[in-house]
Design a protein around this ligand. Structure first.
Ligand code: SF4
Ligand code: SF4
Length: 377
């Protein structure tokens, strides 16, 4: 007998993420998300391989009010294409894994700092990272002199190279306008040029790369590590990578202005100088990769946050420097009350009765429930 029943399921590109007090559906194709209540998230996760019909969802409710809420929620999730209602044949077709490309390079992201005192062999280094297969290269010119000294060498060295995205950060200087118009304009390997400490903007014609004028005065290390929703990423690649590895430090290499090899520019720890040691061997040391495996699942407080798989991480600026699994210090979100620092009613986790001892989160549920009912009713 033909089964004419319909079943409700998530699209394969929609991932439920449970937080402490609310959950989200992350759409990895359309780069968006929607908040849902925890009970629905739990139900979807627990029944991932079950053939669910509308009547199964309705069992989540106990009263007429609940039934109306669940029906409304299902309709909303279907009209917005997070859930879909299909027959049994189509249901099987929707249970597929998304195509995901594992990292195939020893290093993916590289950040180089250059100043007028940089005297290490930049040309040799650029050919080494080509061999390693680096895809994203950011070059931070700490002064205008270094930009004048090195930009021609870089343009020549990157004519044929593994990189797919190149970003320059250059301090503002009136001479830059002419240099962009005459020399950089045809530099097709360049994708983005950020001019920091910008005192004015240049009148430029069409360029092959994006130009950003920033009033930020310097690009020193203290500016890194900010957690902000505008940096959240919702795509297939970032989701699967951050589930496997640290979303900032894994497959990353940084070389400071003096040629010191680091995992990130803000790290104090150097693994040696480029002019003295073998780069390829260094980046394969367990010590160099020791934080690559730290995912948000193991970071205190973040592991309770509904944004954890779209948020980036920082292991340098952390709340408690003595604990490598501490939350990023520059995050102003409290997942226990779902408030950002600039929102009314925000309190720190400690003020909400959330504390950490022996690497475990302890919650004063009475205090937290009281606060949440004040905030949300
Ligand atoms: S670990 Fe922190 S400081 Fe280092 S690059 Fe990442 S965000 Fe920046
Ligand atoms: S608590 Fe902050 S840093 Fe941690 S996952 Fe949530 S938004 Fe990101």
């Amino acid at each position: 007998m033909i089964d004419h029943s319909t079943y409700i399921t998530l699209y394969p590109n929609v991932i439920p993420v449970r937080g402490f007090s609310r959950s989200i559906l992350m759409d990895l194709y359309l780069n968006r998300f929607l908040f849902i209540p925890n009970y629905l998230c739990d139900f979807l996760m627990e029944n991932k391989t079950t053939d669910l019909q509308r009547k199964d969802f309705m069992k989540l409710g106990e009263s007429e009010i609940d039934f109306a809420e669940i029906a409304g929620l299902l309709d909303h999730l279907m009209t917005t294409d997070y859930l879909t209602e299909v027959d049994l044949n189509l249901l099987e077709g929707l249970r597929v894994d998304l195509p995901f490309k594992s990292e195939d390079s020893l290093i993916n992201d590289c950040i180089i700092e250059l100043s007028e005192s940089s005297d290490w062999d930049l040309n040799r280094f650029l050919s080494e990272i080509d061999r390693i297969g680096v895809k994203f290269l950011e070059i931070r010119f700490l002064d205008f002199e270094s930009f004048q000294n090195f930009h021609s060498l870089i343009r020549f060295a990157l004519q044929t190279h593994s990189i797919e995205f190149l970003h320059f950060l250059v301090p503002f200087n009136p001479e830059l306008e002419d240099c962009i118009a005459t020399e950089l304009v045809n530099f097709h390997r360049l994708n983005q040029l950020t001019i920091y400490n910008a005192q004015s903007q240049f009148e430029l014609g069409e360029t092959a790369f994006q130009i950003i004028f920033s009033t930020q005065r310097s690009i020193d290390h203290s500016h890194c590590g900010c957690i902000d929703p505008s940096y959240f990423a919702y795509n297939v690649q970032s989701y699967y990578s951050s589930r496997k590895n640290n979303s900032c430090l894994s497959f990353k290499l940084s070389i400071d202005q003096f040629g010191e090899i680091k995992n990130c520019p803000s790290k104090k720890e150097s693994f040696g100088n480029l002019s003295e040691i073998d780069l390829e061997r260094t980046i394969q040391l367990d010590e160099f990769r020791k934080e690559w495996h730290i995912t948000k699942e193991s970071i205190l407080i973040c592991s309770d946050c509904e944004f954890r798989w779209m948020c980036s991480d920082c292991r340098v600026f952390i709340q408690d420097e003595s604990n490598p699994l501490s939350k990023p210090a520059k995050c102003g979100y409290n997942p226990y009350i779902n408030r950002w620092i600039n929102e009314e009613g925000y309190r720190t986790e400690t003020e909400c009765g959330v504390s950490i001892s022996d690497n475990q989160i302890r919650i004063d549920h009475e205090k937290l429930n009281q606060l949440n009912s004040q905030l949300w009713t």
